[in-house]
Design a protein. Structure first.
Length: 138
């Protein structure tokens, strides 16, 4: 079974997310998405018709999204089969957070590494562009 297929995103806590987002926009020319993060689009190597995304997401310092981790960051990895991977990891003794969320833009699950870092696993939908509204409304 394929496990991690790429980096889906990097998320981190900031002292003031709005100020930092503005700085990245003004100084580095990174345009923010409507939801406040930054999405970089690219083409998949083995299926160039498919668009992949990697998200860069500053969060406010008081977010609870990274819990139960106490770390100020969280990695998001792209996976091919979320449910299969979570089952395999659970069988291998990995701390799997017993929650899976499903949205039009993919399935999400979470695990904890041995140092207490929360890791988000994302299985994008089987579409050429996981965030294209018209494809996700089908």
């Amino acid at each position: 079974m394929k496990r991690v297929t790429g980096i889906g995103g990097v998320f981190f806590k900031t002292q003031d997310a709005s100020v930092l987002k503005k700085w990245y926009s003004e100084r580095l020319g990174i345009e923010l998405d409507e939801w406040g993060g930054i999405t970089f689009a690219w083409r998949e190597k083995d299926a160039p018709e498919r668009i992949g995304q990697t998200v860069f997401g500053p969060f406010e310092k008081d977010t609870d999204y990274f819990e139960p981790s106490e770390k100020p960051f969280m990695f998001n990895f792209r996976v091919a089969d979320l449910h299969g991977l979570l089952g395999a990891l659970r069988n291998e003794g990995v701390h799997v957070i017993d929650k899976v969320e499903e949205y039009p833009y993919g399935k999400f699950g979470w695990i904890m590494d041995p140092e207490g870092n929360k890791i988000e696993l994302w299985e994008p939908p089987d579409t050429n562009d996981p965030f294209a509204t018209e494809q996700n409304e089908k």
